[in-house]
Design a protein around this ligand. Structure first.
Ligand SMILES: Nc1ncnc2c1ncn2[C@@H]1O[C@H](COP(=O)(O)OP(=O)(O)OP(=O)(O)O)[C@@H](O)[C@H]1O
Ligand SMILES: [Mg+2]
Length: 406
């Protein structure tokens, strides 16, 4: 990810009005502009400055300002847009529609606001030319991907999504998408409150107090460092373009489902690195259809396949078709522990698998303490991974490390 640009000068109407630290973000034309920072560092204010400035300087913009929940926009992003227009002396050029929460410039550029909880409005967006996602960590990975798909097409000006957010958790899609791997289309500006001379001492004191009371909060909101405090089970994976050439062995995990998806995952390893790739992930598959898919995806008859042992009949059918399918070891906690011993890499086209990983979390009790059991929802590909790794590698390595445990 990029974090610096060559020195360029600001247009005269922005000089002294934009905080120094955001100057590179003004010039940045990358598809993804990440304004990551602690509380009160001026992220939202700058995002509003950049969006309104672009609307003024070229006609025909159609900006969309998005937040997870539509009703939270009025007092956050929409208010910020009005404050910025006022502060910049641009109020006369723009028309703010309070009821629709929309903005129009006299040159014809427009801005609408919407929540991702309003799918009808999202679908109706006609070719936006720019998006600002306020409090972007609120979105799920899937919601982000759908938004990303909306920004396409040929425009004279560059297409950009601005994300404003606090780095609350490495479990978030923003971390896996932009920080766990090098994304050449992304540009980051990281800021803290002390780079914003417009917030007062009271603010400083409030954050200093947090240092004692809640160090994790202080880390995120004062220092702008990624929070660790999450119930994600597997959060430190990296996304890779393809399977590497050097591998010790390739295995498969298979989780059956009919109304739920049937998931097959390729699991390859090399020393302490595990590589995962979705083979298929589909609902309503009959066993003959599973066999067909395995043939077309070139699963060899000698490959080790570990399948859900709750379906012995399906396993027998696959074995009759010539596949080397075995009953998986299903101990959940031990299986997950084994998976977490490896550095995990996921091949990028594994969309469903990535969605599952982003939402694969430990159950918590009433006090928020983590339990030893994952939440049971959308964990089909995750189960398949666990079956392959624990059944094939679990017992063997475990007997070396904990020789007494059998
Ligand atoms: N360039 C600026 N000129 C004048 N005031 C500014 C400027 N940038 C920020 N401020 C002031 O600082 C306050 C905090 O900025 P802002 O709300 O953008 O912070 P933030 O980084 O979005 O914080 P949070 O993480 O809490 O959302 C704003 O309400 C505004 O009053
Ligand atoms: Mg903000």
């Amino acid at each position: 990810m990029e974090t610096t640009t060559e020195k360029l000068i600001l247009p005269h109407d922005l000089v002294e009005k934009v905080l120094k630290v955001y100057e590179p973000a003004y010039h940045c034309q990358n598809r993804y502009l990440l304004l990551m920072g602690g509380a009160g560092s001026g992220k939202s204010f700058f995002a509003a400055q950049k969006v309104l400035h672009r609307m003024r300087h070229s006609a025909g913009h159609r900006f969309v300002v998005v937040r997870k929940v539509a009703r939270t926009i009025r007092n956050s992003a929409f208010q910020q847009l009005k404050d910025v227009a006022e502060f910049m002396g641009w109020k006369e050029e723009f028309k703010f529609s309070e009821s629709r929460m929309e903005v129009a410039h006299e040159n014809g550029s427009t801005l609408i606001t919407t929540g991702v909880d309003d799918p009808e409005k999202l679908k109706s967006l006609a070719q936006p030319t720019g998006i600002w996602v306020e409090e972007a960590t609120e979105l799920s990975a899937r919601e982000y991907r759908q938004l990303d798909l909306r920004l396409r097409g040929n425009t004279q000006d560059y297409l950009q999504i601005i994300f404003t957010f606090n780095p609350i958790s490495k479990k978030n899609y923003l971390y896996s998408q932009f920080y766990a791997r090098n994304n050449k289309n992304a540009f980051e500006v990281k800021t803290t409150h002390d780079q914003n001379e417009h917030v007062g001492d009271a603010y400083e004191e409030m954050l200093a107090e947090m240092k004692e009371l809640d160090p994790e909060y202080y880390k995120v909101y004062a220092l702008a460092e990624w929070g660790e405090n999450s119930n994600a089970i597997i959060y430190n994976y990296k996304i890779v373009p393809r399977m590497p050439n050097t591998l010790d062995e390739v295995l498969y995990g298979l989780d059956f489902g009919f109304n739920n998806p049937c998931a097959m995952v390729r699991v390859a390893y090399h020393e302490k690195d595990i590589y995962l790739e979705e083979v298929f992930y589909r609902r309503k598959l009959t066993t003959p259809q599973i066999i067909d898919l395995m043939n077309t995806r070139q699963i060899n008859q000698t490959d080790h396949i570990y399948a859900d042992s709750a379906n012995p009949d399906k396993i027998t059918e696959l074995q009759r078709a010539g596949f080397n399918v075995k009953h998986a070891e299903k101990s959940v906690f031990n299986g997950i522990s084994k998976v977490k011993e490896y550095h995990i890499h996921v091949v990028q086209n594994s969309t469903n698998l990535l969605n599952e990983l982003d939402n694969y979390v430990w159950k918590t009790d009433h006090d928020g303490n983590l339990l030893d059991d994952p939440e049971k929802h959308n964990d089909h590909a995750c189960d398949a991974i666990r079956y392959a790794i624990y059944s094939h590698l679990g017992k063997r390595k475990q007997s070396i490390i904990w020789g007494h445990s059998g």
